[in-house]
Design a protein around this ligand. Structure first.
Ligand SMILES: Cc1cc2nc3c(=O)[nH]c(=O)nc-3n(C[C@H](O)[C@H](O)[C@H](O)COP(=O)(O)OP(=O)(O)OC[C@H]3O[C@@H](n4cnc5c(N)ncnc54)[C@H](O)[C@@H]3O)c2cc1C
Length: 655
């Protein structure tokens, strides 16, 4: 396993530099995965066309990433290694990912940090000048590199700068405000895309020798999530309809530390980074009557004595404490709230408390500043300063949204949909089941199994973009050195363009009864209630039936004002929701098929007496890869058996 990647690179076909100049690659998506891939492919000499629906690659959802990016550099000297990162990731994913892929991820993780530092990404540094690290859930070392609470933004600026260099050299043609509406296949191979210019409404044809989809995750199938409002599944779903298998659609990550839902008016949820669990302690009142008094506004959290608080993660999982993986922390919060200990008006919130950390840091600061007799006020002031330095922008965000000062009173948090481990099935080369169509970043299913550890999405997206895809795609493109430019006036392009136009016309032809959001919200409610943090066979079947009915209603009655010519944001949304309405049903079908609990997929029927997920390795040690056959109900399941030769399959424990 440790040599596999090196051996693989040594033996795959290469394209010589002169021939790369004759090859065109389309990269859809310019977040971290796509931006990194596009810049690297162009640097290698390929002609690259990039597409994104935002007005700039800088606005990809990757910009929202807060907490950090993992790498096995062992700067802390705390025993980290490639093997440990590999082990933690496979265990964190509840033994539902591919060993070799995860090992490769660990292996290239250190290169990512070097690459980004060279680009000028301002990672946080320690006093001595070395890069600083913090801890994320599911691990016992500190391996997370960060730039305050804005790691994604800084990394994206790095990738964007690298892209701009290539745009300037003429090696990347960047198409912003363009949405890929379909994949074009010629002789079974991906040879281009149909895109809509979102400003003029024009439908355009673009050809290439290969197409890379780096189009992000589909968490917005739940309507409410921490994802950017525009995040969607359209590109991946269009490829799925053309033959790319969709893997593990039901593996969704519900992040434990988000600002709780406040009502039906909301269109988005806000994450409070997992990095906060380095210093924040999670608790609810020990006694139900205290929880009720807090909910009714008769008691303040600060009035509750230490012995009346239940630090339930520290109690249940002493080894990992507040830094258990996200699926475990989310379920534990739900368990406490369902049992009546929730602390906000809806009863769906727990506390994330920094008082102890403020004291601890304050005392440390007083000592290092030589303030031997510092009083409590001074200590708290110094402690708050440290917390502000580490998480200042997150605290500010919280205060603006909730109107409470989290330096003074504990934050209130609750789990929310955050990330999707499922996505397009890819092989070791990141190629989908369509020849010449690749998927990178959150858009593929790849490395995280049934649960992703914090700070490893950025690692995976950048590993795919900077260090994996640029090598592996050459193996395929080496067959295309004499192909010449792919014409766009072929019958295949004609047919794909016609399909796109017909679909847009069909969307516009609805009876105009309900807005797109009406359907999206309804879908989101079904998904959250029946396919959310816990699932069972009865409700999953109900979800399948309800989504199917909702989808028919959508196509008959949706209301889209305006026209297809020119900018029409309702039309854009409608196209995305139409695909969510298909994906949602496949999601529920996948969850219903998987008669076990693993990671983020928790089936009520399959749990231990302590309420932990209960895997069934004998029958479900596979990645599901669904083949499109028309309606989601007709999708055909293919199983990729997962082989564990370097890691012992165990019951996952964080105690
Ligand atoms: C609030 C928040 C905080 C996070 N914090 C962290 C963190 O600290 N550490 C970590 O590791 N992970 C974090 N994550 C997860 C991580 O940010 C994402 O998984 C990752 O950035 C996804 O990158 P990507 O390049 O795959 O996709 P994205 O950044 O989502 O980019 C998708 C790209 O595809 C384009 N696109 C999509 N569809 C189309 C289409 N049809 N046509 C044309 N273009 C299209 C978009 O325009 C965009 O350019 C966080 C996620 C959230 C929501």
């Amino acid at each position: 396993m440790a040599d596999k990647w090196t051996n693989h690179k040594n033996h795959i076909d290469l394209v010589n530099p002169a021939n790369k100049r004759n090859i065109d690659v389309i990269v859809v998506g310019t977040g971290l995965a796509g931006g990194a891939a596009a810049a690297t492919l162009a640097e290698l000499g390929y002609n690259v066309k990039t597409f994104c629906y935002q007005d700039s690659p800088r606005r990809a959802h990757s910009i929202a990433a807060q907490g950090g990016i993992n790498a096995a550099k062992n700067y802390q000297g705390d025993g980290d290694s490639n093997y440990r990162l590999f082990y933690d990731t496979v265990k964190g994913g509840d033994y539902r990912s591919r060993e070799a892929n995860v090992y490769r991820l660990a292996e290239v993780s250190a290169n990512i940090i070097d690459q980004c530092v060279a680009q000028g990404v301002p990672f946080a540094r320690e006093y001595g000048g070395l890069l600083d690290n913090r801890s994320f859930g599911g691990v016992l070392v500190s391996r997370t590199f960060y730039a305050k609470g804005q790691t994604g933004q800084q990394l994206l600026l790095g990738a964007y700068s690298a892209m701009n260099r290539q745009i300037n050299r003429g090696k990347i043609k960047s198409y912003t405000r363009h949405e890929m509406m379909d994949l074009v296949k010629v002789d079974g191979k991906a040879r281009g895309i149909i895109a809509r210019n979102l400003v003029t409404g024009e439908i355009e044809r673009h050809s290439g020798h290969a197409v890379v989809l780096a189009t992000g995750g589909y968490g917005n199938v739940f309507f409410l999530s921490t994802n950017a409002m525009g995040s969607n599944v359209m590109a991946a779903w269009r490829a799925h309809r053309k033959g790319a298998f969709f893997a593990n659609p039901c593996y969704t990550q519900i992040h434990p530390t988000c600002i709780p839902v406040s009502g039906d008016h909301q269109s988005k949820l806000t994450l409070m980074s997992e990095s906060l669990r380095n210093d924040g302690r999670i608790w609810v009142p020990k006694r139900k009557e205290d929880a009720i008094a807090i909910r009714e506004g008769k008691l303040k959290p600060l009035q509750l004595k230490e012995e009346d608080r239940d630090y339930y993660l520290e109690r249940r999982y002493p080894a990992f404490g507040n830094l258990v993986p996200r699926d475990v922390a989310s379920r534990a919060a739900k368990e406490r709230c369902d049992a009546g200990f929730g602390v906000n008006k809806t009863g769906e919130a727990v506390y994330l408390d920094f008082a102890a950390a403020i004291q601890r840091y304050g005392k440390e600061q007083a000592l290092t500043h030589g303030l031997k007799n510092a009083d409590d006020k001074e200590i708290i002031k110094l402690g708050k300063g440290v917390i502000e330095e580490k998480y200042g922008n997150l605290f500010q965000m919280y205060e603006k949204i909730v109107d409470e000062n989290p330096y003074e009173t504990p934050m209130m948090i609750y789990p929310a949909v955050h990330y999707t481990m499922g996505g397009l099935w890819v092989d070791y080369n990141l190629q989908t089941t369509i020849e010449g169509c690749y998927a990178a970043g959150e858009a593929n299913f790849s490395d995280h199994g049934a649960n992703r550890l914090g700070a490893s999405a950025l690692m995976q997206g950048l590993a795919d973009g900077y260090f994996v895809l640029p090598y592996t795609i050459g193996d395929y493109l080496s067959n295309d050195i004499r192909t010449g430019a792919i014409p766009t006036d072929s019958p295949e392009f004609d047919a794909a363009e016609k399909d796109v136009k017909d679909r847009l016309d069909k969307l516009m032809g609805g009876n105009g009864l309900h807005s797109v959001d009406y359907y999206h919200k309804k879908l989101g409610k079904i998904m959250w209630n029946k396919c959310g943090m816990s699932r069972n066979a009865k409700e999953l079947q109900e979800a399948i039936d309800e989504i199917s009915i909702l989808r028919s209603d959508f196509w008959e009655n949706v209301k889209i004002p305006g026209s297809t010519d020119g900018m029409n944001q309702e039309l854009e949304k409608a196209g995305r929701v139409a695909d969510f309405l298909e994906l949602g049903e496949l999601f529920a079908k996948d969850a219903l098929t998987r008669n076990e609990s693993c990671g983020g997929h928790f089936r009520d029927e399959y749990q231990t007496p302590e309420g932990e997920a209960m895997r069934d390795d004998e029958n479900f040690k596979f990645a599901s890869a669904w083949e499109y056959k028309g309606e989601p109900k007709d999708a055909v399941l293919h199983k990729e058996e997962l082989v564990y030769e370097n890691i012992e399959l165990k019951t996952r424990s964080y105690k």
